[in-house]
Design a protein around this ligand. Sequence first.
Ligand code: ZN
Length: 282
Amino acid sequence: MRYSAGPLQRLVGYGRIKNDDHVRRAMGTEILYMDDIGSNYVREFEAVVSKASMDGSEPPRPYVILDRTAFYPEGGGQPSDVGTLRLVGDDGEPVPGPEGVFNVVHVVKKGNNVRHILDRPLPEETSGVKAVIDWDRRYAHMRMHTSQHIISAVVYDNFGAPTVGNQIHADRSRVDFHPVKFTDEDISEIERLANEIIDGTIEVEIRNRTRDSIEAMGIGQRCNLDLLPKFITELRVVTIGEDDLCPCAGTHVASTEELGHIRIIKKESKGKDKERITYVLE
Ligand SMILES: [Zn+2]
């Protein structure tokens, strides 16, 4: 596929972007998976290099900021995506061979920008790239994240305990609840109820809603709404049919039928009235 120049690239040509750097910095990276559930499935995209530099870690790591990205930066209990960037030459064609490919080993958010940490520095003259996300890993995170929302909803609805922490991995994930104390029977019931929701083949929706409208639903605690800064008045909300609604910046699947089956493999106490559930998908 031919690399097509974006509007900005047409403005500044293929040269390294310098003059409008302050403008792009102010705007920040355009995030390609935010708008709706369909955009969560973007796994390849083309982008213009905004900045390539070394970060402040020891030893410093090379990174690149792109004008747009579908790579998820680590945060909210969801690990960063990894993948590859293939250089696009001045002729607009991808640079062939291994020397044209750079591995994205980690992704972090820094202010309004998304930094893609690379295995080696990009060449100075790089203007455009063709990006590919490691889809097996990302899709596993999407399935795990939607499953976490379902488990959190079940526990909130049946035990009144909000989620106070979570960590997703591709193979197994965990959620922390407080205040609550689960028996073994409770765990079986949570698993049963979560799978009942999944088996209902429910569509997952993502859209922006006002904070006021969410507060009016009286589910602020489920969403930890009070932890979000007051100046945020519009939130990206993930809805699972009638079963759950929660502000979240993560990536999700479009339907519960993509989840398979939740199996809770562990329950542990993490302090007074704080319980951790570890689960897998099968
Ligand atoms: Zn979430």
